[in-house]
Design a protein. Structure first.
Length: 257
């Protein structure tokens, strides 16, 4: 039995559903709309890639369908960019290549090369780090770690943007711990920004406990809130800041179980 199924979300773009985690990979109201909002538009990433020619590095927690990497290519080509980008991601439980064949991002984003690219990735993955690039995007490299985040050997490059995109804390708890956010912190550049769709106080408290400054902003597709974090509090000046000390106090009191 296949434990991962293909679905079309309400904006017409694909997502997957994991029977093991009992969760969709994206908001069923719109995979592309949600990912654009949470990881590209709300974080300052689109502005940053438009305004620099310096290299940028991104780390994604959970490669899933590959949507975030393809969205990066989409922005890159539509904005006619040329800066070098290193995109790192990790995936412990890749979908099988037959399921990936159903994914429609090449149609939704209007680039046929995306289909062949995903096919190539999902049929060639080997344990540990794998590296890929597309002919039309020679300055962008996908570095994909096949294995668990717990086993991941941190890249040498320091990371500027983190896409924290595991399943929810209720079902994927190991990716929302203080240890996880400390490991991410050790991989980060001093101005790094982390974003996640999640607004749970427990997740925010674990981030704060690991040394991240925290803020909130409007979530995607009518969700009230999402979370933005940084190691530099100046980076959060345009968002509604949260009180890290208060979150840490509650964490230490075991308010979150
Ligand atoms: C919400 S999905 C990611 C969605 C993805 N970013 C996308 O755009 O399609 C979460 C992903 O994290 C992966 N995952 C869960 N636990 C993991 C772990 N401990 N280490 C690495 N990957 C994990 C799952 O297999 C799944 O692909």
């Amino acid at each position: 039995m296949n434990s991962i199924e293909h679905h079309i979300t309400k904006d017409g773009s694909s997502t997957l559903f994991s029977k093991v985690f009992d969760q969709y990979y994206h908001n069923p109201n719109g995979a592309v709309s949600e990912s654009r909002h949470v990881f590209f538009e709300s974080t300052g990433l689109t502005e940053a890639i438009k305004s620099t020619t310096q290299p940028i590095s991104i780390f994604e927690m959970g490669f899933g369908t590959g949507l975030n990497f393809l969205l990066l290519l989409d922005y890159y080509s539509k904005l006619e960019l040329s800066l070098p980008i290193q995109f790192y991601s990790v995936e412990a439980f890749p979908a099988d290549p037959e399921t990936i064949e159903h994914i429609n991002y090449q149609e939704v984003l209007g680039d046929d090369s995306y289909k062949e690219f995903l096919r190539n990735v999902f049929t060639s993955l080997k344990s540990g780090w794998n590296s890929y690039s597309l002919k039309n995007y020679p300055n962008i490299t996908l570095n994909l770690f096949y294995g668990t985040f717990q086993d991941l050997e941190a890249p040498e490059t320091s990371i500027d943007f983190f896409f924290h995109d595991p399943f929810s804390p209720e079902v994927n708890g190991e990716l929302w711990t203080v240890e996880t956010f400390e490991k991410l912190k050790n991989m980060a550049s001093s101005d790094a920004v982390l974003s996640t769709y999640c607004a749970a106080s427990k997740a925010r408290a674990a981030l704060a406990k690991a040394g991240w400054y925290i803020a909130k902003t409007r979530g995607a597709l009518g969700k009230r809130e999402m979370t933005i974090a940084s190691l530099n509090d100046q980076k959060l000046s345009s968002y509604k800041r949260l009180k890290e000390a208060r979150l840490i106090e509650r964490f230490d009191r075991s308010d979150f179980g």
